[in-house]
Design a protein around this ligand. Sequence first.
Ligand code: NOJ
Length: 623
Amino acid sequence: MEITRNSRLKDVIKTASGHDIIARLLYSLGMDLDAVRRTPLGLLKIGSLKRLSFGKLSDASVDALIEILNSLKDEDPGEDGTVRHEWWKEAVFYQVYPRSFRDSNADGVGDIPGIIEKLDYIKSLGVDAIWCSPFYDSPNADNGYDIRDYRKIMAEFGTLDDVRRLIDECHARGIRLIIDLVMNHTSDEHEWFRKALAGDEGYMDYYIWKDEPNNWTSFFSGPAWKYFPQTGRYALHLFADKQMDLNWDNPQVRREMYDIADFWLDLGADGFRLDVVSFISKADGLPDGDPTVGKLISFTGIEHYFHGPHLDEYLREFNREVLEPHGAYTVGECPGNGIRMSRMITGDDRGELSQLFSFDHIDNPGKKRFDVYDLDLRKMMPELLRWQTEYSDHCWPTIFFDNHDNPRMCSKIDHAGRYHDQINKLLATILLTMKGTPYIYQGSEIGMTDYPFTDLSQYRDIESLNYFDEQTGKGMTQKEAMQRLLYGSRDHARIPMQWDGTSAAGFSDAEPWIGVNPDHVTVNVADEYFDPDSVLNFYRYMIGLRKDHKKALIYGSFRRIDAGKDVLAFIREANERFTVVVNLTGGTAKRPKGISGDRIISNYSDPGSMLRPYEAEVYFSRI
Ligand code: NOJ
Protein backbone atom coordinates (compact mmCIF):
# COMPACT_ATOMS: atom_id res chain seq x y z
CA MET A 1 0.00 0.00 0.00
CA GLU A 2 1.43 3.36 -1.07
CA ILE A 3 1.01 5.91 1.71
CA THR A 4 0.26 9.49 0.70
CA ARG A 5 -0.78 12.64 2.55
CA ASN A 6 -4.37 11.57 1.95
CA SER A 7 -4.03 8.17 3.61
CA ARG A 8 -6.20 7.82 6.68
CA LEU A 9 -4.53 6.86 9.96
CA LYS A 10 -6.78 3.81 10.32
CA ASP A 11 -5.45 2.52 6.97
CA VAL A 12 -1.84 3.47 7.62
CA ILE A 13 -1.86 1.33 10.79
CA LYS A 14 -2.87 -1.71 8.75
CA THR A 15 0.72 -2.02 7.53
CA ALA A 16 3.37 -3.33 9.92
CA SER A 17 5.60 -0.26 9.77
CA GLY A 18 2.64 2.14 9.75
CA HIS A 19 1.23 0.41 12.79
CA ASP A 20 4.44 0.49 14.78
CA ILE A 21 5.65 3.95 13.84
CA ILE A 22 2.28 5.63 14.34
CA ALA A 23 1.93 3.76 17.65
CA ARG A 24 5.37 4.92 18.71
CA LEU A 25 4.73 8.55 17.70
CA LEU A 26 1.40 8.62 19.51
CA TYR A 27 3.01 6.98 22.53
CA SER A 28 5.68 9.61 22.76
CA LEU A 29 2.97 12.26 22.45
CA GLY A 30 1.23 10.70 25.44
CA MET A 31 -1.48 8.83 23.51
CA ASP A 32 -2.23 5.19 22.98
CA LEU A 33 -2.76 3.55 19.59
CA ASP A 34 -6.26 2.58 20.69
CA ALA A 35 -7.18 6.23 20.23
CA VAL A 36 -6.69 5.80 16.49
CA ARG A 37 -8.21 2.34 16.41
CA ARG A 38 -11.34 2.95 18.41
CA THR A 39 -12.29 6.58 17.92
CA PRO A 40 -12.98 8.85 14.96
CA LEU A 41 -9.33 9.94 15.14
CA GLY A 42 -8.61 7.02 12.83
CA LEU A 43 -10.47 8.81 10.05
CA LEU A 44 -7.99 11.66 10.08
CA LYS A 45 -5.47 11.83 7.27
CA ILE A 46 -1.81 11.30 8.03
CA GLY A 47 -1.21 15.01 7.41
CA SER A 48 -3.21 15.77 10.54
CA LEU A 49 -0.42 14.31 12.64
CA LYS A 50 0.92 17.84 12.52
CA ARG A 51 -2.11 19.00 14.52
CA LEU A 52 -2.22 15.90 16.72
CA SER A 53 1.37 16.53 17.70
CA PHE A 54 0.52 20.10 18.73
CA GLY A 55 2.79 21.36 15.98
CA LYS A 56 5.78 19.28 17.01
CA LEU A 57 5.73 17.60 13.59
CA SER A 58 6.15 20.08 10.75
CA ASP A 59 4.85 19.51 7.20
CA ALA A 60 8.38 18.50 6.24
CA SER A 61 8.46 15.95 9.07
CA VAL A 62 5.16 14.48 7.94
CA ASP A 63 6.57 14.14 4.42
CA ALA A 64 9.70 12.51 5.81
CA LEU A 65 7.52 10.15 7.79
CA ILE A 66 5.55 9.17 4.68
CA GLU A 67 8.80 8.49 2.85
CA ILE A 68 10.04 6.29 5.71
CA LEU A 69 6.77 4.38 5.87
CA ASN A 70 6.88 3.70 2.15
CA SER A 71 10.47 2.51 2.35
CA LEU A 72 9.96 -0.01 5.15
CA LYS A 73 9.00 -3.60 4.51
CA ASP A 74 5.59 -4.95 5.32
CA GLU A 75 5.46 -8.70 5.67
CA ASP A 76 3.42 -10.81 8.05
CA PRO A 77 4.37 -14.23 9.35
CA GLY A 78 2.19 -17.14 8.30
CA GLU A 79 -0.54 -18.39 10.62
CA ASP A 80 -1.20 -22.11 10.50
CA GLY A 81 -3.12 -22.28 13.76
CA THR A 82 -0.77 -24.50 15.73
CA VAL A 83 1.38 -23.53 18.69
CA ARG A 84 4.80 -25.15 18.74
CA HIS A 85 6.00 -26.35 22.10
CA GLU A 86 9.58 -25.26 22.86
CA TRP A 87 11.74 -25.40 25.98
CA TRP A 88 12.17 -21.64 25.97
CA LYS A 89 8.45 -21.02 25.95
CA GLU A 90 8.23 -23.04 29.15
CA ALA A 91 11.33 -21.57 30.79
CA VAL A 92 11.76 -18.80 33.34
CA PHE A 93 14.97 -16.84 32.69
CA TYR A 94 17.15 -15.09 35.25
CA GLN A 95 19.47 -12.27 34.12
CA VAL A 96 22.87 -11.97 35.77
CA TYR A 97 24.94 -8.79 35.49
CA PRO A 98 28.36 -10.28 36.34
CA ARG A 99 29.95 -7.06 37.54
CA SER A 100 27.40 -6.74 40.34
CA PHE A 101 26.40 -10.29 41.19
CA ARG A 102 29.11 -11.76 43.43
CA ASP A 103 32.78 -10.93 43.87
CA SER A 104 34.71 -14.12 44.71
CA ASN A 105 38.23 -12.65 44.89
CA ALA A 106 37.77 -9.50 46.94
CA ASP A 107 38.63 -6.93 44.28
CA GLY A 108 35.28 -5.18 44.54
CA VAL A 109 34.10 -6.43 41.13
CA GLY A 110 31.77 -9.38 40.52
CA ASP A 111 33.19 -12.31 38.56
CA ILE A 112 32.49 -15.68 36.93
CA PRO A 113 33.56 -17.82 39.93
CA GLY A 114 31.18 -15.63 41.96
CA ILE A 115 28.31 -16.63 39.68
CA ILE A 116 29.27 -20.29 40.00
CA GLU A 117 29.24 -19.92 43.79
CA LYS A 118 25.63 -18.75 43.62
CA LEU A 119 24.25 -21.26 41.11
CA ASP A 120 22.55 -23.28 43.82
CA TYR A 121 20.73 -20.14 44.88
CA ILE A 122 19.63 -19.50 41.29
CA LYS A 123 18.51 -23.10 41.03
CA SER A 124 16.56 -22.74 44.29
CA LEU A 125 14.42 -20.07 42.64
CA GLY A 126 13.15 -22.67 40.20
CA VAL A 127 14.43 -20.87 37.10
CA ASP A 128 15.50 -22.80 34.02
CA ALA A 129 17.92 -20.56 32.22
CA ILE A 130 20.36 -17.72 32.80
CA TRP A 131 21.10 -14.76 30.56
CA CYS A 132 24.55 -13.50 31.48
CA SER A 133 25.47 -9.95 30.44
CA PRO A 134 28.84 -9.63 28.61
CA PHE A 135 31.98 -11.06 30.18
CA TYR A 136 34.39 -10.62 27.26
CA ASP A 137 37.67 -8.74 27.30
CA SER A 138 36.78 -5.07 27.26
CA PRO A 139 38.16 -1.68 28.24
CA ASN A 140 34.81 -1.16 29.96
CA ALA A 141 33.71 2.09 28.40
CA ASP A 142 30.20 0.61 28.67
CA ASN A 143 30.67 -2.16 31.25
CA GLY A 144 31.61 -4.83 28.75
CA TYR A 145 29.20 -3.91 25.94
CA ASP A 146 32.34 -2.60 24.22
CA ILE A 147 34.17 -5.80 23.29
CA ARG A 148 37.92 -5.82 22.62
CA ASP A 149 38.26 -9.56 22.07
CA TYR A 150 35.26 -11.83 21.60
CA ARG A 151 37.17 -14.98 22.49
CA LYS A 152 38.79 -13.74 25.69
CA ILE A 153 37.35 -13.05 29.13
CA MET A 154 37.64 -9.73 30.95
CA ALA A 155 40.55 -10.17 33.38
CA GLU A 156 38.47 -8.86 36.33
CA PHE A 157 35.87 -11.55 35.64
CA GLY A 158 38.17 -14.58 35.31
CA THR A 159 39.32 -16.85 32.52
CA LEU A 160 37.94 -18.86 29.66
CA ASP A 161 38.25 -21.91 31.88
CA ASP A 162 36.02 -20.22 34.43
CA VAL A 163 33.39 -19.72 31.73
CA ARG A 164 33.74 -23.38 30.66
CA ARG A 165 33.16 -24.31 34.28
CA LEU A 166 30.18 -21.96 34.49
CA ILE A 167 28.61 -23.66 31.47
CA ASP A 168 29.25 -27.12 32.91
CA GLU A 169 28.01 -26.21 36.37
CA CYS A 170 24.85 -24.69 34.91
CA HIS A 171 24.22 -27.80 32.85
CA ALA A 172 24.90 -30.07 35.81
CA ARG A 173 22.00 -28.32 37.55
CA GLY A 174 19.72 -28.49 34.51
CA ILE A 175 20.07 -24.76 33.86
CA ARG A 176 20.67 -23.44 30.36
CA LEU A 177 23.01 -20.51 29.80
CA ILE A 178 22.60 -17.88 27.11
CA ILE A 179 25.32 -15.32 26.65
CA ASP A 180 25.15 -11.71 25.59
CA LEU A 181 26.63 -11.16 22.16
CA VAL A 182 27.27 -7.63 20.95
CA MET A 183 27.29 -7.83 17.16
CA ASN A 184 26.37 -4.26 16.25
CA HIS A 185 29.64 -2.71 17.42
CA THR A 186 33.10 -3.43 18.82
CA SER A 187 35.38 -1.50 21.10
CA ASP A 188 37.69 0.98 19.34
CA GLU A 189 40.42 -1.13 20.97
CA HIS A 190 39.40 -4.25 19.03
CA GLU A 191 42.19 -5.31 16.70
CA TRP A 192 39.94 -4.86 13.65
CA PHE A 193 39.49 -1.19 14.47
CA ARG A 194 43.15 -0.74 15.33
CA LYS A 195 44.10 -2.23 11.97
CA ALA A 196 41.58 0.04 10.27
CA LEU A 197 43.17 3.06 11.92
CA ALA A 198 46.58 1.82 10.82
CA GLY A 199 45.39 2.12 7.24
CA ASP A 200 44.42 -1.49 6.41
CA GLU A 201 41.69 -1.00 3.80
CA GLY A 202 40.23 -4.45 4.38
CA TYR A 203 39.60 -3.61 8.01
CA MET A 204 38.49 -0.06 7.22
CA ASP A 205 35.57 -1.70 5.49
CA TYR A 206 34.65 -3.51 8.72
CA TYR A 207 33.32 -0.21 10.06
CA ILE A 208 31.10 2.63 8.86
CA TRP A 209 32.82 5.82 7.71
CA LYS A 210 31.81 9.16 6.26
CA ASP A 211 33.78 12.14 5.03
CA GLU A 212 31.21 14.43 6.59
CA PRO A 213 28.97 13.20 9.39
CA ASN A 214 25.19 13.07 9.00
CA ASN A 215 22.93 14.35 11.78
CA TRP A 216 22.45 11.07 13.68
CA THR A 217 22.81 11.37 17.42
CA SER A 218 24.30 8.87 19.84
CA PHE A 219 22.27 7.06 22.49
CA PHE A 220 24.83 8.32 24.95
CA SER A 221 24.53 12.04 24.03
CA GLY A 222 26.12 14.13 21.31
CA PRO A 223 26.72 13.22 17.67
CA ALA A 224 26.99 9.58 16.58
CA TRP A 225 30.22 10.28 14.66
CA LYS A 226 33.79 10.60 15.79
CA TYR A 227 36.58 12.05 13.66
CA PHE A 228 39.76 9.98 13.36
CA PRO A 229 42.76 11.98 12.07
CA GLN A 230 44.49 8.69 11.14
CA THR A 231 41.91 8.11 8.39
CA GLY A 232 40.75 11.67 7.89
CA ARG A 233 37.15 10.42 8.18
CA TYR A 234 34.36 10.05 10.72
CA ALA A 235 33.38 6.64 12.09
CA LEU A 236 29.86 5.82 13.28
CA HIS A 237 29.19 5.02 16.93
CA LEU A 238 25.51 4.80 17.89
CA PHE A 239 26.58 4.36 21.52
CA ALA A 240 29.77 5.55 23.30
CA ASP A 241 32.52 7.05 21.16
CA LYS A 242 34.55 3.92 21.95
CA GLN A 243 31.83 1.60 20.53
CA MET A 244 32.33 1.57 16.79
CA ASP A 245 29.45 0.34 14.61
CA LEU A 246 30.31 -2.59 12.37
CA ASN A 247 29.53 -2.63 8.66
CA TRP A 248 27.21 -5.61 8.31
CA ASP A 249 26.95 -5.04 4.56
CA ASN A 250 30.47 -6.43 4.39
CA PRO A 251 30.15 -10.25 4.09
CA GLN A 252 33.48 -10.67 5.88
CA VAL A 253 32.12 -8.93 8.98
CA ARG A 254 29.13 -11.25 8.98
CA ARG A 255 31.45 -14.27 8.60
CA GLU A 256 33.58 -13.10 11.54
CA MET A 257 30.46 -12.76 13.69
CA TYR A 258 29.17 -16.19 12.69
CA ASP A 259 32.54 -17.73 13.58
CA ILE A 260 32.47 -16.02 16.97
CA ALA A 261 28.95 -17.28 17.62
CA ASP A 262 30.02 -20.80 16.56
CA PHE A 263 32.94 -20.62 18.96
CA TRP A 264 30.63 -19.99 21.92
CA LEU A 265 28.01 -22.51 20.92
CA ASP A 266 30.74 -25.12 20.45
CA LEU A 267 31.91 -24.30 23.95
CA GLY A 268 28.43 -25.22 25.21
CA ALA A 269 26.42 -21.99 25.41
CA ASP A 270 22.74 -22.64 24.71
CA GLY A 271 22.12 -19.47 22.79
CA PHE A 272 22.39 -15.72 22.81
CA ARG A 273 20.86 -12.50 23.91
CA LEU A 274 21.78 -10.30 20.96
CA ASP A 275 22.56 -6.73 21.93
CA VAL A 276 20.70 -4.08 19.84
CA VAL A 277 20.62 -6.56 16.98
CA SER A 278 17.84 -4.71 15.19
CA PHE A 279 20.36 -1.90 14.49
CA ILE A 280 22.81 -3.94 12.38
CA SER A 281 21.53 -2.81 8.98
CA LYS A 282 21.70 0.88 8.15
CA ALA A 283 19.86 2.60 5.27
CA ASP A 284 21.87 2.92 2.06
CA GLY A 285 23.73 6.21 1.83
CA LEU A 286 23.25 6.89 5.57
CA PRO A 287 20.75 9.73 5.00
CA ASP A 288 20.09 12.43 7.57
CA GLY A 289 17.32 11.63 9.99
CA ASP A 290 14.28 13.82 10.37
CA PRO A 291 15.04 15.63 13.63
CA THR A 292 11.47 15.52 14.92
CA VAL A 293 10.44 12.02 13.84
CA GLY A 294 13.67 10.50 15.15
CA LYS A 295 13.47 12.32 18.44
CA LEU A 296 9.86 11.30 18.92
CA ILE A 297 10.79 7.67 18.27
CA SER A 298 13.92 8.07 20.41
CA PHE A 299 17.05 9.54 18.72
CA THR A 300 17.74 11.44 15.52
CA GLY A 301 18.41 9.01 12.69
CA ILE A 302 16.84 5.91 14.24
CA GLU A 303 14.25 5.59 11.47
CA HIS A 304 17.17 4.66 9.19
CA TYR A 305 18.39 1.69 11.23
CA PHE A 306 15.85 0.38 13.76
CA HIS A 307 14.69 -2.16 11.17
CA GLY A 308 17.11 -1.49 8.34
CA PRO A 309 16.73 -2.69 4.75
CA HIS A 310 18.75 -5.91 5.23
CA LEU A 311 17.90 -6.75 8.82
CA ASP A 312 15.60 -9.68 8.07
CA GLU A 313 18.01 -11.02 5.43
CA TYR A 314 21.03 -10.90 7.77
CA LEU A 315 19.13 -12.46 10.66
CA ARG A 316 17.98 -15.26 8.38
CA GLU A 317 21.54 -15.84 7.22
CA PHE A 318 22.80 -15.89 10.82
CA ASN A 319 20.08 -18.35 11.72
CA ARG A 320 20.82 -20.62 8.74
CA GLU A 321 24.58 -20.55 9.23
CA VAL A 322 24.84 -20.69 13.02
CA LEU A 323 21.69 -20.96 15.11
CA GLU A 324 19.79 -23.65 13.28
CA PRO A 325 22.71 -26.14 13.02
CA HIS A 326 23.29 -25.79 16.78
CA GLY A 327 19.62 -25.70 17.74
CA ALA A 328 20.43 -22.49 19.58
CA TYR A 329 17.91 -20.12 21.14
CA THR A 330 18.12 -16.37 20.58
CA VAL A 331 16.47 -13.36 22.08
CA GLY A 332 17.20 -10.12 20.28
CA GLU A 333 17.19 -6.69 21.80
CA CYS A 334 15.08 -4.78 19.27
CA PRO A 335 14.30 -1.24 20.41
CA GLY A 336 11.99 0.71 18.14
CA ASN A 337 10.27 -2.38 16.76
CA GLY A 338 6.66 -2.49 17.83
CA ILE A 339 4.45 -5.53 17.82
CA ARG A 340 3.93 -5.84 14.06
CA MET A 341 7.54 -5.39 12.97
CA SER A 342 8.55 -7.71 15.79
CA ARG A 343 6.31 -10.36 14.26
CA MET A 344 8.47 -10.10 11.15
CA ILE A 345 11.53 -10.95 13.25
CA THR A 346 10.11 -13.72 15.42
CA GLY A 347 7.37 -15.44 13.42
CA ASP A 348 7.75 -19.26 13.47
CA ASP A 349 8.10 -19.45 9.72
CA ARG A 350 10.44 -16.44 9.36
CA GLY A 351 13.66 -18.26 10.30
CA GLU A 352 15.10 -15.24 12.16
CA LEU A 353 15.08 -15.05 15.99
CA SER A 354 13.28 -17.06 18.64
CA GLN A 355 12.14 -14.02 20.61
CA LEU A 356 12.86 -10.36 21.19
CA PHE A 357 12.67 -7.63 23.78
CA SER A 358 10.56 -4.59 23.05
CA PHE A 359 10.51 -1.71 25.49
CA ASP A 360 7.50 0.55 25.12
CA HIS A 361 5.80 -0.65 28.32
CA ILE A 362 8.84 0.36 30.41
CA ASP A 363 7.87 4.04 30.42
CA ASN A 364 4.43 5.61 30.35
CA PRO A 365 3.11 7.25 27.17
CA GLY A 366 4.64 10.69 26.77
CA LYS A 367 7.46 9.90 29.20
CA LYS A 368 11.12 9.06 28.79
CA ARG A 369 13.45 7.32 31.19
CA PHE A 370 15.01 10.47 32.69
CA ASP A 371 11.65 12.16 33.24
CA VAL A 372 10.74 12.85 36.85
CA TYR A 373 7.45 11.00 37.38
CA ASP A 374 5.86 8.02 39.08
CA LEU A 375 4.92 5.38 36.53
CA ASP A 376 1.21 4.65 36.37
CA LEU A 377 0.55 0.93 35.87
CA ARG A 378 -2.82 1.70 34.31
CA LYS A 379 -1.06 3.48 31.46
CA MET A 380 1.34 0.58 30.98
CA MET A 381 -1.39 -1.96 30.47
CA PRO A 382 -2.65 -1.25 26.93
CA GLU A 383 0.84 -1.84 25.54
CA LEU A 384 1.51 -4.91 27.69
CA LEU A 385 -1.85 -6.41 26.86
CA ARG A 386 -1.44 -5.96 23.13
CA TRP A 387 1.51 -8.39 23.27
CA GLN A 388 -0.78 -10.89 25.00
CA THR A 389 -3.57 -10.74 22.49
CA GLU A 390 -2.14 -9.55 19.16
CA TYR A 391 1.33 -11.02 18.84
CA SER A 392 -0.28 -14.26 17.55
CA ASP A 393 0.47 -17.84 18.52
CA HIS A 394 3.34 -17.90 16.05
CA CYS A 395 5.41 -15.44 17.99
CA TRP A 396 6.13 -15.74 21.67
CA PRO A 397 6.46 -12.61 23.83
CA THR A 398 9.10 -12.00 26.45
CA ILE A 399 7.83 -10.40 29.66
CA PHE A 400 10.04 -8.31 31.89
CA PHE A 401 9.91 -5.26 34.11
CA ASP A 402 13.57 -4.90 35.09
CA ASN A 403 16.93 -5.25 33.42
CA HIS A 404 20.40 -3.70 33.65
CA ASP A 405 19.33 -0.67 31.60
CA ASN A 406 16.52 0.62 33.77
CA PRO A 407 15.83 1.78 37.31
CA ARG A 408 13.91 -0.78 39.37
CA MET A 409 10.26 -0.94 38.36
CA CYS A 410 9.02 -0.93 41.96
CA SER A 411 10.82 2.39 42.51
CA LYS A 412 9.61 3.80 39.21
CA ILE A 413 6.03 3.17 40.27
CA ASP A 414 6.43 4.36 43.84
CA HIS A 415 9.43 6.61 44.46
CA ALA A 416 8.21 7.30 48.00
CA GLY A 417 8.48 3.58 48.76
CA ARG A 418 5.14 3.23 50.56
CA TYR A 419 4.09 0.05 48.78
CA HIS A 420 7.27 -1.62 47.56
CA ASP A 421 6.46 -4.98 49.10
CA GLN A 422 3.01 -5.08 47.51
CA ILE A 423 4.25 -3.75 44.17
CA ASN A 424 7.09 -6.27 43.92
CA LYS A 425 4.65 -9.10 44.54
CA LEU A 426 2.20 -7.57 42.08
CA LEU A 427 4.88 -7.46 39.39
CA ALA A 428 5.81 -11.09 40.13
CA THR A 429 2.14 -12.03 39.78
CA ILE A 430 1.80 -10.44 36.35
CA LEU A 431 5.21 -11.62 35.16
CA LEU A 432 4.54 -15.23 36.02
CA THR A 433 0.91 -15.58 34.97
CA MET A 434 0.91 -13.80 31.63
CA LYS A 435 1.64 -15.51 28.35
CA GLY A 436 5.28 -15.34 27.25
CA THR A 437 8.74 -16.06 28.60
CA PRO A 438 9.40 -14.28 31.92
CA TYR A 439 12.79 -12.67 32.46
CA ILE A 440 13.70 -11.87 36.07
CA TYR A 441 16.58 -9.45 36.62
CA GLN A 442 18.94 -10.23 39.52
CA GLY A 443 17.65 -8.72 42.73
CA SER A 444 14.05 -8.21 41.58
CA GLU A 445 13.21 -11.48 43.27
CA ILE A 446 14.17 -9.98 46.65
CA GLY A 447 12.62 -6.59 45.93
CA MET A 448 15.78 -4.53 45.40
CA THR A 449 15.09 -0.83 44.97
CA ASP A 450 16.77 2.24 43.48
CA TYR A 451 19.91 3.62 45.12
CA PRO A 452 19.55 6.98 46.91
CA PHE A 453 22.15 8.80 44.78
CA THR A 454 22.99 12.27 46.12
CA ASP A 455 26.23 13.16 44.35
CA LEU A 456 27.52 12.88 40.79
CA SER A 457 30.62 11.08 42.04
CA GLN A 458 28.45 8.08 43.00
CA TYR A 459 27.48 7.40 39.39
CA ARG A 460 29.53 5.11 37.16
CA ASP A 461 27.49 4.73 33.99
CA ILE A 462 28.74 6.52 30.88
CA GLU A 463 25.20 7.21 29.76
CA SER A 464 24.38 9.01 33.03
CA LEU A 465 27.63 10.98 33.11
CA ASN A 466 27.33 12.07 29.47
CA TYR A 467 23.68 12.95 30.01
CA PHE A 468 24.56 15.19 32.95
CA ASP A 469 27.28 16.98 30.95
CA GLU A 470 25.07 17.41 27.91
CA GLN A 471 22.05 18.73 29.81
CA THR A 472 23.99 21.11 32.04
CA GLY A 473 25.95 22.22 28.96
CA LYS A 474 22.62 23.14 27.37
CA GLY A 475 21.66 25.22 30.38
CA MET A 476 19.82 22.81 32.69
CA THR A 477 20.59 23.52 36.33
CA GLN A 478 22.78 20.97 38.09
CA LYS A 479 19.98 20.39 40.56
CA GLU A 480 17.51 19.47 37.84
CA ALA A 481 20.04 17.31 36.02
CA MET A 482 20.77 15.45 39.27
CA GLN A 483 17.07 14.94 39.83
CA ARG A 484 16.66 13.52 36.34
CA LEU A 485 19.60 11.15 36.86
CA LEU A 486 18.01 10.01 40.10
CA TYR A 487 14.90 9.02 38.19
CA GLY A 488 16.50 7.51 35.10
CA SER A 489 20.04 6.27 35.68
CA ARG A 490 20.91 2.71 34.69
CA ASP A 491 23.20 2.57 37.72
CA HIS A 492 20.16 1.85 39.91
CA ALA A 493 20.07 -1.63 38.42
CA ARG A 494 23.83 -2.10 38.63
CA ILE A 495 24.41 -1.75 42.37
CA PRO A 496 25.59 -4.95 44.07
CA MET A 497 23.26 -7.87 44.57
CA GLN A 498 22.16 -7.93 48.21
CA TRP A 499 23.03 -11.33 49.68
CA ASP A 500 22.95 -10.38 53.37
CA GLY A 501 22.90 -7.49 55.80
CA THR A 502 26.67 -7.14 56.26
CA SER A 503 28.54 -4.03 55.17
CA ALA A 504 29.01 -4.90 51.47
CA ALA A 505 25.76 -6.90 51.41
CA GLY A 506 27.69 -10.17 51.07
CA PHE A 507 28.63 -9.12 47.54
CA SER A 508 32.30 -8.59 48.25
CA ASP A 509 34.95 -8.55 50.97
CA ALA A 510 36.34 -5.33 49.52
CA GLU A 511 34.91 -1.91 48.69
CA PRO A 512 32.49 -2.56 45.80
CA TRP A 513 32.99 -0.72 42.50
CA ILE A 514 29.66 1.06 43.03
CA GLY A 515 27.68 1.90 46.15
CA VAL A 516 25.73 -0.65 48.16
CA ASN A 517 22.13 0.29 48.80
CA PRO A 518 21.60 1.09 52.51
CA ASP A 519 18.36 -0.88 52.37
CA HIS A 520 20.39 -4.12 52.12
CA VAL A 521 20.07 -4.46 55.90
CA THR A 522 16.46 -5.50 55.38
CA VAL A 523 16.25 -6.30 51.66
CA ASN A 524 18.56 -9.29 51.24
CA VAL A 525 18.59 -12.98 50.36
CA ALA A 526 19.63 -14.24 53.80
CA ASP A 527 16.77 -12.56 55.65
CA GLU A 528 14.17 -13.39 53.04
CA TYR A 529 15.14 -17.00 52.43
CA PHE A 530 13.16 -18.48 55.32
CA ASP A 531 10.58 -15.73 55.70
CA PRO A 532 7.31 -17.11 54.28
CA ASP A 533 6.01 -13.58 53.55
CA SER A 534 9.10 -12.35 51.72
CA VAL A 535 9.21 -11.16 48.12
CA LEU A 536 11.69 -13.97 47.52
CA ASN A 537 9.28 -16.68 48.61
CA PHE A 538 6.48 -15.04 46.67
CA TYR A 539 8.61 -15.34 43.52
CA ARG A 540 9.45 -18.95 44.30
CA TYR A 541 5.80 -19.80 44.77
CA MET A 542 4.79 -18.10 41.53
CA ILE A 543 7.59 -19.76 39.53
CA GLY A 544 6.58 -23.14 40.97
CA LEU A 545 2.92 -22.48 40.16
CA ARG A 546 3.74 -21.65 36.56
CA LYS A 547 5.78 -24.80 36.12
CA ASP A 548 3.23 -27.06 37.80
CA HIS A 549 0.44 -25.76 35.60
CA LYS A 550 2.07 -25.46 32.20
CA LYS A 551 -1.02 -26.19 30.20
CA ALA A 552 -2.95 -23.27 31.57
CA LEU A 553 -0.25 -20.81 32.57
CA ILE A 554 2.09 -21.32 29.63
CA TYR A 555 0.09 -22.57 26.68
CA GLY A 556 -3.40 -21.75 27.92
CA SER A 557 -5.66 -19.08 26.48
CA PHE A 558 -5.49 -15.48 27.66
CA ARG A 559 -8.78 -13.67 28.18
CA ARG A 560 -9.30 -10.27 29.71
CA ILE A 561 -12.19 -9.60 32.08
CA ASP A 562 -13.62 -6.11 31.98
CA ALA A 563 -12.89 -4.69 35.40
CA GLY A 564 -12.73 -0.91 34.84
CA LYS A 565 -9.65 1.18 34.31
CA ASP A 566 -8.09 0.73 37.76
CA VAL A 567 -8.15 -3.05 37.81
CA LEU A 568 -6.50 -5.58 35.56
CA ALA A 569 -8.26 -8.94 35.52
CA PHE A 570 -7.62 -11.84 33.18
CA ILE A 571 -8.06 -15.58 32.87
CA ARG A 572 -5.48 -18.15 31.78
CA GLU A 573 -7.20 -21.35 30.94
CA ALA A 574 -6.75 -24.85 29.55
CA ASN A 575 -7.62 -27.88 31.65
CA GLU A 576 -7.69 -25.55 34.65
CA ARG A 577 -8.52 -21.91 35.14
CA PHE A 578 -6.44 -19.21 36.78
CA THR A 579 -8.05 -15.83 37.32
CA VAL A 580 -5.68 -12.97 38.08
CA VAL A 581 -6.99 -9.77 39.65
CA VAL A 582 -4.71 -6.77 40.13
CA ASN A 583 -5.40 -3.33 41.56
CA LEU A 584 -3.20 -1.12 39.41
CA THR A 585 -3.41 1.85 41.75
CA GLY A 586 -2.29 3.01 45.18
CA GLY A 587 -5.93 3.57 46.20
CA THR A 588 -8.73 1.11 46.86
CA ALA A 589 -10.69 -0.41 44.00
CA LYS A 590 -13.69 -2.65 43.46
CA ARG A 591 -13.03 -6.34 42.90
CA PRO A 592 -14.74 -7.39 39.65
CA LYS A 593 -17.96 -9.37 40.12
CA GLY A 594 -18.25 -13.08 39.51
CA ILE A 595 -14.67 -14.14 40.25
CA SER A 596 -14.75 -17.81 41.17
CA GLY A 597 -12.29 -20.37 42.48
CA ASP A 598 -9.95 -20.58 45.44
CA ARG A 599 -7.83 -17.54 46.20
CA ILE A 600 -4.46 -19.33 46.20
CA ILE A 601 -2.04 -16.43 46.56
CA SER A 602 -2.10 -12.71 47.15
CA ASN A 603 0.12 -9.93 48.39
CA TYR A 604 -2.41 -9.32 51.20
CA SER A 605 -3.05 -12.31 53.44
CA ASP A 606 -6.82 -12.04 53.97
CA PRO A 607 -9.29 -11.04 51.24
CA GLY A 608 -10.77 -7.64 52.02
CA SER A 609 -14.14 -6.54 50.68
CA MET A 610 -12.35 -4.01 48.45
CA LEU A 611 -9.03 -4.38 46.67
CA ARG A 612 -6.36 -2.55 48.67
CA PRO A 613 -3.43 -0.55 47.19
CA TYR A 614 -1.67 -2.64 44.54
CA GLU A 615 -3.43 -5.80 45.70
CA ALA A 616 -2.79 -8.76 43.41
CA GLU A 617 -4.49 -12.13 43.75
CA VAL A 618 -4.75 -15.38 41.87
CA TYR A 619 -7.80 -17.66 41.92
CA PHE A 620 -7.70 -21.28 40.86
CA SER A 621 -10.48 -23.57 39.73
CA ARG A 622 -10.74 -26.89 37.95
CA ILE A 623 -12.97 -26.97 34.90
C1 NOJ B 1 22.05 -2.36 25.00
C2 NOJ B 1 22.62 -2.84 26.30
O1 NOJ B 1 21.60 -3.47 27.02
C3 NOJ B 1 23.19 -1.64 26.99
O2 NOJ B 1 23.57 -1.92 28.31
C4 NOJ B 1 24.35 -1.13 26.18
O3 NOJ B 1 24.83 0.06 26.75
C5 NOJ B 1 23.95 -0.85 24.73
N1 NOJ B 1 23.14 -1.88 24.18
C6 NOJ B 1 25.16 -0.72 23.85
O4 NOJ B 1 25.79 -1.96 23.69
